[in-house]
Unconditional design. Structure first.
Length: 308
């Protein structure tokens, strides 16, 4: 009986873990709590889209939980900024805004999209991938917009915030990060891949680069082909070459993805939690159903034995 109790306890723990884990996945993202002032790293930085009306700006403040402007450092992202930082159109209209809370080294990068219904192209994993490429490693970033937009203004604002605060990011890396974002959105639009699957692909390629430290373009191409095969992704020659060119530029800039391996793992784990959206086949879900069936069968047998 003692052994049976141990087995049943293990089954109950497994059930608790299985049904408990998804709770955080469906929790809506809110703005970061900034009531406590970090005297070492400085106050939060808020960058507002330059096209916002006064009413919209007040709405963004509410969304980002900016209750007192004196508690944060505020900037505005303009058309000149979008041209400077990501080679965008200086006549662009910009609404998406961001709040950046700098973190201690080693804390990693956390992205919260407070208004996911209004950020239509750039997912939080795309932001994270682009920011890591640009050199932003330890921060909590909240993104919000009062209207539906792609989300590029917020990315520009993040770059401007670091620049204005004297933490200059490498311009070549920022341009490459923007190119990476363009590649991600192009793949999602042209190849019909989900945003999550595109982010997973880019993240896993970076992880392989961190592990293998490729020394040539041929090795980059091999890594990309292996990841495409592993994920069952078929790309046009044009898009395959687009990926090769992107990661070859990263190799030439000597970006050390080994340094941010833990952040890449965090992104990968976040994407795995969204397995259904990543297009896992019916066989996967059948295995889950079989697994649960076995657990419930074992529990049923156990409880029947208690009363026989």
């Amino acid at each position: 009986m003692k052994g049976l109790w141990k087995k049943s306890l293990a089954l109950l723990i497994t059930l608790a873990l299985f049904f408990g884990m998804p709770m955080s996945i469906f929790a809506s993202d809110g703005a970061t709590d900034t009531d406590s002032i970090n005297e070492k790293l400085g106050p939060p930085i808020v960058v507002y889209g330059g096209t916002l009306t006064d009413e919209q700006k007040n709405e963004v403040k509410r969304l980002l939980e900016v209750t007192d402007s004196s508690d944060v450092v505020e900037y505005e992202v303009t058309g000149a900024d979008i041209a400077k930082y990501i080679n965008g159109d200086p006549n662009s209209r910009m609404f998406s805004s961001a709040k950046i809370v700098r973190q201690e080294e080693g804390n990693g990068l956390t992205i919260n999209i407070v208004t996911p219904e209004n950020i239509t192209e750039v997912t939080k994993d795309m932001y994270a991938n682009a920011l890591l490429t640009a050199g932003v490693e330890d921060a909590t970033v909240d993104v919000a917009s009062p209207v539906k937009v792609s989300g590029h203004s917020a990315l520009t604002g993040i770059y401007k915030a670091y620049d204005a605060e004297g933490e200059t990011l490498d311009k070549e890396r920022m341009e490459l990060a923007n190119e990476e974002l363009d590649v991600a959105t192009d793949l999602a639009n042209r190849e019909g891949m989900s945003d999550e699957k595109v982010s997973q692909l880019l993240t896993e390629i970076k992880q392989m680069i961190a592990e293998q430290n490729p020394a040539s373009k041929e090795e980059i191409e091999q890594i990309i082909n292996e990841q495409l095969d592993k994920m069952g992704i078929s790309l046009s020659e044009q898009d395959r070459q687009m990926l090769i060119d992107l990661f070859e530029k990263m190799r030439n800039l000597d970006i050390d993805f080994g340094k941010v391996r833990s952040q890449l793992e965090d992104i990968a784990n976040s994407l795995i939690k969204n397995a259904e959206e990543l297009g896992l086949d019916e066989g996967f879900w059948q295995k889950v159903a079989n697994f649960l069936s076995e657990i419930f069968g074992a529990l049923s047998s156990f409880f029947r034995g208690l009363f026989n």
